[in-house]
Design a protein around this ligand. Structure first.
Ligand code: DX5
Ligand code: ZN
Length: 220
């Protein structure tokens, strides 16, 4: 049995009833709340920003896992810290100065993650491994919920797991995009230990979905 953390993505929630959705996921045993922030520049769509997250922070004790799909996220780190972030993940492709950005996240006392788009090679991480707590492997092109899982991501997860083991690093492997109850086992077997799921958690019965994800790992 390998433990993993489930991070439901509120991008797939009904925003009219956002609080209820978050509460349902929390009560069902979700570990993180995955918060997808999109700026309409780094990715095509615009989602929501720090003020929305701040409202959720008042009512939820979940670990807030903030995925910044924005250009030059260094501009917004304080805002998200202020709004209650626990983990902030930035994209290598969106940062002119990745090391400076990651250092600033750490200076704010938060956990730092770095994300790679599907076509971005792992070698981008070579000189940043020592400074980060998590790598987020995108298994879809960021920008929208409800897309299909790109199978090549499995090879990337396996290679990353090897690097982390070989370098003896303490880094989480989070995977995001198109994960459902059918393919989650493969993703876990490849080496992931944090699973993001939007559509698969928030469509239908949230509690049943979270419970089903949670029971999948016992069979892995
Ligand atoms: C994609 C987002 C993902 C996505 C996950 O841009 O970063 O977090 O919303 O949603 P599903 O699980 O529906 O692919
Ligand atoms: Zn995400």
């Amino acid at each position: 049995i390998r433990m993993y953390k489930l991070a439901p993505s509120i991008l797939a929630a009904d925003f009219w009833r956002l609080g209820e959705y978050v509460k349902a996921a929390e009560e069902a045993g979700a570990d993180y709340l995955h918060i997808d922030v999109m700026d309409g520049a780094f990715v095509p769509s615009i989602s929501f920003g720090a003020p929305v997250m701040k409202s959720l922070r008042k009512e939820s004790k979940l670990i807030f896992d903030v995925h910044l799909m924005v250009e030059e996220p260094i501009r917004y780190l304080e805002d998200f810290k202020e709004a209650g972030a626990d983990i902030i993940t930035v994209h290598t492709e969106a940062c002119k100065h990745l090391h400076r950005t990651v250092s600033r996240i750490k200076e704010l006392g938060l956990k730092a993650g770095v994300s790679l788009n599907p076509s971005t090679p792992l070698t981008e991480l070579e000189y940043i491994y020592q400074d980060i707590d998590m790598v987020l492997i995108m298994s879809v092109n960021p920008g929208f919920g409800g897309q299909s899982f790109i199978p090549l991501a499995l090879d990337k997860i396996k290679s990353l797991k090897e690097v982390i083991t070989q370098k003896q690093l303490n880094i989480d492997i989070e995977v995001d995009g198109g994960i459902n109850l059918v393919n989650v086992a493969e993703v876990l077997e490849a080496g992931a230990n944090v699973i993001v799921a939007g559509t698969a958690v928030f469509s239908g019965d949230i509690k049943e979905n979270v419970a089903a994800f949670k029971s999948t790992f016992t069979r892995v």
